[in-house]
Design a protein around this ligand. Structure first.
Ligand code: AMP
Ligand code: ZN
Ligand code: FE
Ligand code: FE
Length: 281
């Protein structure tokens, strides 16, 4: 079972990298992809925790914004973690998440919600990429909502009046940075329409020109119809087809291995990195 898109406490997941690696190995995952939002800070702990035959595909899910302002998530995998331009891009993105969080909190306060930055910091693991899920957890802790899901549905979704975006590279810039660092770029859940505005099929050509390698087709947030449209796009543009859980521990319903990538697709994707970077014991 190949599951190349998961999150840990280094961003908005609830399992530490150590806990995730243990759980994945005992769940029969053969290749585990680590893709915390805008950070590679969990890599070392995941490598140290590796045991048995499971392999690691280290990466990050890069938050992007198109010039039209549509949110896009780009999975970068198998890149050189020491690559400075890519690390700079990730840290620029993380830095602007703090003022952005302050603005979202201010919007909520102005509407009468009793929530502060301290409340959010209290539920954010040390060093984690801070995001809306942490704000959701703080709203749960303050009993303003009962679950992360409810916080997103009522207050934090992309079209919410309290929503604020943060600086992010364009999808093309992030693809170029990932490829220049030797890695492969897979666009994550591109047609997950229930999350808000989605990109159009025409956008893919510009992503391919920038070096896009694959499309995440099998993902909980994409309907049968959306998956079929993506398979068409992938075939037309000769892109690798992937699937993954987007596991977040108890932060989301998504279970490890609920969607997976076929062995042959994975092998093709892996061969597109500039060198063999899969980590095994
Ligand atoms: P941010 O990067 O701060 O804008 O937060 C976006 C992240 O929130 C996504 O990557 C998901 O991990 C998470 N998210 C989005 N919708 C939901 C939801 N309904 N329930 C829980 N987490 C969500
Ligand atoms: Zn997340
Ligand atoms: Fe995502
Ligand atoms: Fe994700």
């Amino acid at each position: 079972m190949i599951d190349i898109h998961t999150h840990t406490t280094c961003s908005d997941g609830t399992d530490s990298p150590l806990a995730l690696v243990k759980k994945a190995a005992s769940s029969g995952i053969t290749v585990l992809g680590l893709a915390d939002h805008d950070t590679t800070s969990g890599w070392a702990e995941a490598i140290a925790a590796l045991h048995g035959t499971m392999k690691l595909a280290l990466g990050s899910e890069v938050s992007c914004l198109t010039v039209e302002g549509t949110s896009v998530h780009m999975l970068g995998l198998l890149f050189d973690g020491e690559n400075q331009p890519l690390q700079q891009l990730l840290s620029d993105s993380r830095d602007t998440r703090i003022p952005r969080m302050k603005k979202m909190i201010e919007n909520l306060q102005n509407a009468g919600y009793d929530i502060t930055l301290d409340d959010v910091q209290a539920v954010t693991p040390e060093g984690a990429t801070v995001g809306r899920p942490h704000l959701a957890d703080a709203l749960v802790a303050k009993r303003i909502v009962s679950r992360r899901d409810e916080a997103f549905a009522e207050l934090l979704h992309n079209e919410s009046p309290y929503y604020v975006s943060h600086f992010a590279p364009t999808p093309e810039d992030s693809i170029r940075a990932i490829r220049a660092a030797g890695g492969v770029a897979v666009i994550a859940h591109p047609f997950a329409s229930k999350r808000g505005q989605i990109i159009t099929p025409e956008t893919f050509e510009s992503l391919v020109a920038a070096g896009l390698n694959g499309i995440e087709v099998f993902h909980r947030d994409q309907s049968e119809d959306e998956r079929n449209q993506l398979i068409e796009v992938a075939r037309a543009l000769d892109l690798v087809i992937t699937g993954s859980s987007d596991y977040h521990g108890t932060g989301k319903m998504n279970q490890l291995g609920e969607n997976t990538t076929a062995q042959a697709e994975w092998e093709r994707l892996e061969s597109m990195a500039d060198q063999r970077r899969v980590v095994s014991r």
